[in-house]
Ligand binder design. Sequence first.
Ligand SMILES: [Zn+2]
Length: 207
Amino acid sequence: MNLIKIGKFIADCRKNKKLTQEDLAEKLYITDRAVSKWERGLSLPDADKMLDLCNILDINVNELLNGEKIDMKDYEQKNEELLLELAKQDEIKNKRLITDMWVITITAFVFYTALIIISALFLGEGPIFATITIISTIILLAVCFYGFKLEVDSGYYECRHCHHIFEEKNYFKLLFAPHAGTSRYQKCPKCGKGTMAKKVMSKGENK
Ligand SMILES: [Zn+2]
């Protein structure tokens, strides 16, 4: 997505409507600084403002995100390009989340193990060692839960029987499901079979 192009497009449409940045900001209940940021390509309008903005400027969301007016004959192609672009962004975001998950949990385990070994060597058994063990175990569990949350938040699950791709954000249900790596045992919402659902990063990974 080209923020500079989108920004210029917003500015052009606004001027066509004979609105100042202040006028536009007022209609959207936001500051004129936010409008100025969009127009300079520094940020995108929030999703909840996009529809109102499009209504005011007499354009549609597709045109807004493409940064240009779209002829009806080009419409389908542009639409497809946009969907692909959004899917790509989604995949990038999901890959980042899952990388964060691995980095955070592995680092936590390394620190935990090192801390326990060092304390055992230098402190020996006793109340201080016990306290350190208990506190660091609690911290480790918290970090693991955070890692688990990142894992659930990223991507989708694929049924190994029918290859249907689905989303499952129920932490409680997933937490107690048997798992191997990032695959988790679930019931496929489409074919209804129990499956070791595979983690996939995009809806299009279905082969
Ligand atoms: Zn299935």
